[in-house]
Design a protein around this ligand. Structure first.
Ligand code: ATP
Ligand code: MG
Length: 195
């Protein structure tokens, strides 16, 4: 990641399915810890342009944090809504995705640090939570490669956290529109017709 060698493979992604599948991965863990999982998807486009693997990684990181930092019996919600983002004064269709939890929360000072590599809110040797502190920095990097942005909010210690990110629907990752395949590979005459 540091060397800028992360390779994206942009494609058309069924966003709602990807979100539902991501949440499903945590179903067992949520049941074990009596975590209530909610979803709200509003007005989503059927497909967005994105690197599917990165998008799965982003959701996995945010949801695993929500599950890890929320005590038993809490709530986690995954919301997605169609919105617009502005880049150099240009309006672009986008989606805003939020992972909200009722967990341990984040102090204002910590909010400024957690997206940096190896930063963890509580660094004492008696730390209760496992991890390397790389999840959010990778997540931020992947979102920015898509032309998006991420931010976090929290009511403070014990008051839960929310991570929001915006992804343009047309990330621009696919580059200029390619000529259609049939056109590109058209034989010199239509094979269905006699030569
Ligand atoms: N949902 C959350 N609630 C409270 N604190 C959080 C939440 N998500 C992240 N944090 C804080 O931000 C820190 C950095 O998160 P990050 O995902 O980068 O690292 P990690 O989860 O500790 O380790 P890793 O993701 O590499 O396994 C966490 O250690 C934690 O202190
Ligand atoms: Mg993490």
């Amino acid at each position: 990641m540091e060397a800028g060698k992360l390779q994206l493979d942009p494609q058309e992604v069924d966003l709602e399915k990807l979100l539902a599948d991501s949440l499903f991965m945590f179903k067992e863990k949520a049941m074990k810890h009596r975590l209530q999982m909610k979803t709200a998807f509003e007005n989503l486009p059927e497909r967005i342009q994105a690197d599917e693997r990165s998008l799965k990684q982003i959701l996995y990181n945010l949801l695993s944090n929500a599950v890890k930092f929320t005590p038993d019996g809490g709530q986690i919600s995954l919301r997605a809504i169609k919105t617009a983002s502005f880049n150099n004064g240009q309006r672009r269709a986008a989606v805003e995705i939020s992972v909200t939890d009722s967990g341990i929360g984040i102090t204002p000072e910590e909010l400024g640090r957690i997206f940096k590599p190896f930063e963890q809110a509580e660094t004492s040797s008696s730390r209760r939570y496992q991890g390397t502190g790389l999840g959010l920095s990778l997540t931020k990097h992947l979102i920015e490669l898509h032309g998006g942005k991420i931010w976090a909010t929290s009511g403070g210690t014990g008051k839960g956290s929310a991570f929001h990110f915006i992804l343009p629907i047309q990330s621009g990752l696919l580059g200029p529109k390619q000529p259609s395949v049939s056109h590109e590979s058209a034989p010199s005459h239509d094979p269905r017709l006699p030569a």
